[in-house]
Design a protein around this ligand. Structure first.
Ligand code: PHB
Length: 354
């Protein structure tokens, strides 16, 4: 078995020490939406990853959808994140900020009573996590076409803030049923303007955001995350293979850092009708695979060239020294689900290294 998983790789001019990525993980430990010293400790502990992708980070107040998730649009937020990036860099790591707009996966409680926004006024099934516990999702307000340049500007501004905070790049979160994905998939987009209807129209917002963010910080510092078969957050598409093939092709040739694909559903299942290999073939830069990989499958995927890097979620959450454990075949700590979302250092910075 080749050991390529542990070898360095060039990503848009930056040299990553290995092919293991820490996946973005919502942890709800940022009171007032500001990153803090505890978060710096947590990310610093995991800086042996070839690349860390931050937890979802709001691009604006309108983008918020969960309690105690961080933002990256104010000076205080930039200062908070600077502690994180300084700590990761001091340990030789690389870190991207994941830029997040929740769209309809939010609640009026986060917006002074105003409705969350979405491509179309379609209420998702399920409940929002609010500061007062679970509350049913509401029917969101349809974004006017005239508001879309403002959303793109929020992404551009957040990317500039991420650069000021010392991030090595940004990941545009176009996955898992949040705003950009709500535009992409036809189950949540019934628009009749040039942001809805045809495939070209549904991916227009993503491409315009990529263009704005890439122009701000350099396309080589921009990655995109998609989740073609994930129904989480009440998502559906009538033809996922065509939709996401087209996205992979359209993101090709732009000089992007990577395409990051959640290859499974939220509960870890694959879909035999969906071929992720077609995305890999269509996209011309690095392909990051995510979804239930263990060390062995990760090594196989890299050795067989079906992916360039592998992103680990729960394994990185529970094993700050995951790369060393996978290299040596050491046993892994088990992730404790009860401390995933919110709380303190327990279940966050107290997982032991070898
Ligand atoms: C979550 O908080 O459950 C969550 C957040 C962002 C994702 C997926 C899940 O992309």
């Amino acid at each position: 078995m080749s050991n390529k998983l542990f070898s360095s790789i060039d990503m848009g001019g930056q040299t990553l020490g290995n092919r293991m990525v820490m996946a973005p993980l919502t942890r709800n430990r940022a009171p007032d939406c500001i990153a803090n010293a505890l978060m710096a400790e947590y990310y610093g502990q995991r800086s042996a990853a070839g690349l860390i992708i931050s937890e979802g980070t709001q691009i604006s107040e309108q983008a918020v959808g969960y309690p105690a998730t961080p933002g990256i649009y104010s000076q205080q937020q930039v200062d908070g994140w600077s502690q994180v990036t300084d700590t990761v860099h001091a340990k030789g790591g690389h870190i991207f900020a994941q830029l997040w707009h929740c769209g309809r996966i939010s609640h009026p409680d986060f917006h002074a009573g105003e409705l969350p926004v979405a491509p179309s006024a379609i209420k998702p099934a399920g409940d929002a996590f609010t500061y007062e516990g679970l509350k049913p999702f509401v029917t969101p307000r349809t974004l006017e076409a005239s508001e879309i340049p403002g959303i793109i500007e929020q992404y551009r501004h957040a990317a500039a803030c991420a650069g000021n905070a010392g991030f090595d790049g940004v990941e545009i979160h176009a996955a898992n049923g949040y705003l950009i994905d709500q535009f992409i998939r036809d189950g949540s987009n019934r628009r009749t303007d040039h942001y809805g209807g045809s495939l070209e129209n549904r991916i227009r917002l993503l491409l315009e955001i990529v263009d704005a963010v890439g122009s701000e910080i350099g396309h080589n510092k921009v990655g995109v995350r998609i989740s073609p078969i994930n129904a989480f957050n009440d998502m559906s598409d009538s033809d996922p293979q065509s939709t996401f093939d087209h996205i992979a092709s359209s993101l090709s040739g732009l000089g992007l850092a990577y395409l990051h694909v959640v290859e499974v559903s939220m509960t870890g299942e694959t879909d035999s009708n969906f071929d992720t290999g077609r995305l890999r073939d269509r996209f011309d830069s690095l392909y990051i695979a995510n979804g239930g990989y263990d060390g062995e499958r990760a090594q196989q995927a890299i050795a067989s060239n079906t992916a360039d890097l592998i992103a680990f979620g729960a394994p990185f959450l529970a094993n700050p020294d995951l790369p060393e454990r996978l290299r040596t075949g050491a046993p892994l700590n088990t992730a404790d689900q009860s401390t995933f979302y919110g709380g303190d250092a327990h279940g966050y910075t107290d997982y032991p290294s070898l």
